[in-house]
Design a protein around this ligand. Structure first.
Ligand code: PYC
Length: 419
C-alpha cells in the first residue's frame, strides 16, 4: 500500500487547521490478532522503524508492534535527540553514517516533518590526552569518508561566541573535534513519522500491550504471551531498551547488558545563540539549543545500575556547575524540567543485533547512550535480516556471538561522554 497521506500546501494546511475538524489519526487502533508473521516488542524508534522497513522494503506487512506503554514513551522520548556519526571504529562509523544518511532523507521518505537541523557537532578537548583522542577520531573518520576535523580555540569561539576559550578558564579548551554533519532532530516526530509510515502499510501498532512471556519449542520461537492474550508468530524481535535483558531472558537468551539511567534537563526558551551541539567529555556534559530556544543538557550515565527514570538534585547541581564552566554567561537561565532515560550498556559500548541461538528470535538491543541516532539504520538492517534470514554486512560486527569469540567493537572512546 502506498503512503496516501495528502500533501498540504501552506494555505490548505492553515485552512485545515482553522476548520475546527479533528485531524485524522496518524495511526489506527486494531484488535489484537491471534497470529502475526512478525511480532516486534517495543514501540520506540527501533521497533517502529523495523516495522516500517519490513513493509516498505520487503512487503512484509502482517506485523505487530507491541508496547507496554505508549509509543516513544521509553528511550525514544527521553534522549537528547543528538545525531552524529563520528565514532571510533570503522564498523561504528559506517553504521552510524548510514543512519545519518537515512535521517537526512527521512522527512521526504515519510512525508512528515522530522525537523532535522544539521548544525554541526563539537566535542571539546580540555587536555592533551583528549586532544590526542580527537585527532585519532578525526583521522579514522576521514579515512571512512566522514567529515570530522580538529579545530583550535579561535575557530571554536567563532562557532560558539559564548564559550569561554580563554586560558584563564578552570578547564581551558585546547581544541575540539568538529563534525559538520551532526545535529539535532525532533525525536517525537521521528517516532510518529515511522508509526504513520508503518500503519499506512498495514502494520498493527498495539499500545498498552505488555509482553509477559516468549514461547519457544526446541529452540524455535512460536510466539509471545501478552497482557491481552497469546499471539503466535514465527519471528519475534526484541527492540526494547531498558528491559532488553529481561525480554531476552524470556526467550532463554542471556544478554551481557547492565541498565543505567542517564539524566537530562531542559531550560526555559531563550533567543537562539547556540548553533552547534557542544559536548565536553571531561566535564560530563553536552548541550544543544532546540528550535523553540530551550537548551537541552545531558550527562553521562549515573554511576550505578537502576531502573529509575526520575531526576536527582545531585545531577542538577553537577550539571549547572559544569555548564557554567563552559559558558559563564548562562548563569541566569532557569531549568524547567529534568528526567532520565534507561541505557542498556554492553561491555564494548556497541549494540547487539541480529540472530540469536533461538531460531526466529532476533535482537536489536544494548543501545547504551547511542540508540536514538541509530534508529533508521537499525530498522533498515533488522528488516533486511528478518526478510532474508541472513545478517547484513553493516550489522555483522554487532552479533551476540562476538562476546564468545572475542571480536569486540570497542566504542568507549566515542560512544558519548565521560564513560
Ligand atoms: O552519543 O552523541 C551521543 C550522545 C548524546 C547523548 C547521549 N549520547
Amino acid at each position: 500500500m502506498k503512503n496516501e497521506t495528502p500533501r498540504y500546501s501552506a494555505f490548505s494546511l492553515a485552512r485545515r487547521g482553522l476548520s475546527g475538524k479533528p485531524w485524522p489519526p496518524a495511526w489506527r487502533a486494531h484488535e489484537l490478532r491471534p497470529s502475526y508473521d512478525v511480532v516486534i516488542i517495543g514501540g520506540g524508534v527501533h521497533g517502529l522503524a523495523t516495522a516500517h522497513y519490513l513493509a516498505a522494503n520487503h512487503d512484509i506487512t502482517n506485523v505487530a508492534v507491541l508496547d507496554k506503554g505508549y509509543i516513544g514513551g521509553g528511550g525514544s522520548g527521553r534522549n537528547t535527540a543528538i545525531l552524529r556519526s563520528n565514532y571510533l571504529t570503522p564498523e561504528g562509523i559506517a553504521f552510524y553514517d548510514r543512519s545519518l544518511t537515512l535521517y537526512r532523507h527521512l522527512a521526504a521518505d515519510l512525508n512528515f516533518n522530522v525537523m532535522f537541523s544539521q548544525r554541526g557537532h563539537m566535542t571539546l578537548a580540555h587536555n592533551d590526552s583528549s586532544l590526542r583522542t580527537m585527532r585519532w577520531r578525526a583521522e579514522v573518520n576521514k579515512l571512512c569518508g566522514v567529515d570530522s576535523d580538529v579545530i583550535d580555540p579561535n575557530e571554536i569561539a567563532k562557532l560558539v561566541p559564548r564559550m569561554d576559550v580563554s586560558s584563564e578558564a578552570r578547564y581551558p579548551i585546547l581544541g575540539a573535534l568538529w563534525h559538520p554533519p551532526g545535529g539535532i532532530i525532533r525525536h517525537d516526530a521521528v517516532v510518529w513519522g515511522y508509526a504513520r509510515g508503518a500503519d499506512r502499510r498495514g502494520v498493527h501498532i498495539h499500545q498498552n500491550t505488555e509482553v509477559v512471556g516468549v514461547d519457544a519449542i526446541d529452540d524455535r520461537v512460536t510466539g509471545v504471551r501478552t497482557s491481552r492474550g497469546p499471539v503466535s508468530a514465527s519471528v519475534v524481535v526484541n527492540c526494547t531498551a531498558g528491559w532488553s535483558s529481561l525480554v531476552s531472558d524470556m526467550a532463554g537468551v542471556e544478554m551481557p547488558v547492565q541498565t543505567f539511567p542517564l539524566q537530562a534537563a531542559v531550560t526555559e526558551p531563550v533567543q537562539p545563540f547556540l548553533d552547534p551541539v557542544v559536548v565536553s567529555g571531561t566535564l560530563h556534559v553536552y548541550v544543544s539549543q532546540t528550535d523553540r530556544g530551550e537548551l537541552v543538557f545531558g550527562a553521562s550515565v549515573d554511576p550505578f545500575p537502576s531502573y529509575s527514570t526520575g531526576g536527582s538534585l545531585e545531577f542538577i547541581e553537577g550539571l549547572a556547575g559544569h555548564v557554567l564552566q563552559l559558558m559563564p554567561s548562562l548563569h541566569r537561565l532557569r531549568l524547567l524540567r529534568q528526567w532520565a532515560g534507561l541505557c542498556d550498556m554492553t561491555p564494548d559500548y556497541s549494540p547487539i543485533m541480529g540472530l540469536t541461538p533461538v531460531d526466529g528470535f532476533y535482537v536489536d538491543v544494548g543501545w547504551g547512550t547511542y540508540g536514538f541516532k541509530a534508529g533508521p539504520v537499525s530498522g533498515e538492517q533488522m528488516a533486511a535480516c528478518i526478510a532474508t534470514g541472513r545478517t547484513p554486512e553493516l550489522i555483522a560486527p554487532f552479533s551476540l556471538s562476538r562476546f564468545a569469540d572475542g571480536h569486540l567493537v570497542g566504542e568507549k572512546g566515542a560512544a558519548a561522554v565521560g564513560h
